[in-house]
Design a protein around this ligand. Sequence first.
Ligand SMILES: [Zn+2]
Length: 344
Amino acid sequence: MRAFGFRQHGGLDEARILEVPEPVPGPGEVRLRMRVASLNHLDLFTLHGIEGVPVQTPHVLCGDGMGEVESLGEGTRGPAPGERVLINPGLSDGTCPACRRGEEVLCRNYRIVGEHTQGVASELAVLPSTNLIPVPPGLDDVAAGTVALVFMTAWRALKTTGGLRGGERVAILGAGGALSTAAIQIAHLLGAHVTVVTRDPSRGEKARALGADDVFLLGGAVPLHKGLWELSGKQGMDLIFDSTGTDTVPSSVRALARGGRLVFCGATTGPMVQLDLRPLFWRNASVRGSTMGTREELREVLSLLSRGRLRAVVDSVVPLEEAPDALRRMDSGAQFGKLALRIG
Ligand SMILES: [Zn+2]
């Protein structure tokens, strides 16, 4: 069958359409005929190779997607053949103390589809039945195949980890990545005053359409911490969602309010930062990491998406064969929202 992935780690040239064997579902597993898969930044990291995360090659990319149930492994109880389902990309063992209390994301064996295991950018994909969710009403195939990872990650980062409440001031760094487009909508829905930080005025305008109240343009004469400080009425930001890392986190921290929280779920410009601790303790502020989300958090965002309170933001939909170009587009940062691959 055809799949999008790589035979060896490397740069963009290694990501290709491959011919790979059809996967066979075992006990507890379901085989899907995939209709839509979508890219995340994680796919670039997986392609380049992540320290401590060995993959089996050829490796199929993408953890996000949706399809139709084709067959069930022996003894599997799950959705019936023909049913449209979407994929929860978080894999947990279901048995450790964290899993038993519904905190699968803290599972001692937590893994992600397409990073630690074979992804779903392929004609057929095998997943545990517990990772499949019937597509809720109101979501077409493309929406169903693009929302899971970014919406559950942004929801957990802002609400669960960041404790965002209505009336608070939040700054979101980045305007075009799919995670930002989810975070802007969620922060707006929770009743926060949303400032978006971007280098690109046209993206700033698109962010306003998603619910941003203010836009701060990075790279101008005013440094980030000063810009955010002014926009917060000189009180500081209650929450800053900054997954940029080295380039911005030290400056972001300086713009936190008393009791402020900087939440991050990545470090796109680099993981090493030098932090001035004084504003943190003096303002009772904190820096908190967050990743992915629980089943319950995913259920919550899917319910909001189904009711039209949140919406999938899709940059483009291309056939599977054009996946290498879509990955290039994401690498260049030219997209606004998710890049979806239509399969079959
Ligand atoms: Zn567990």
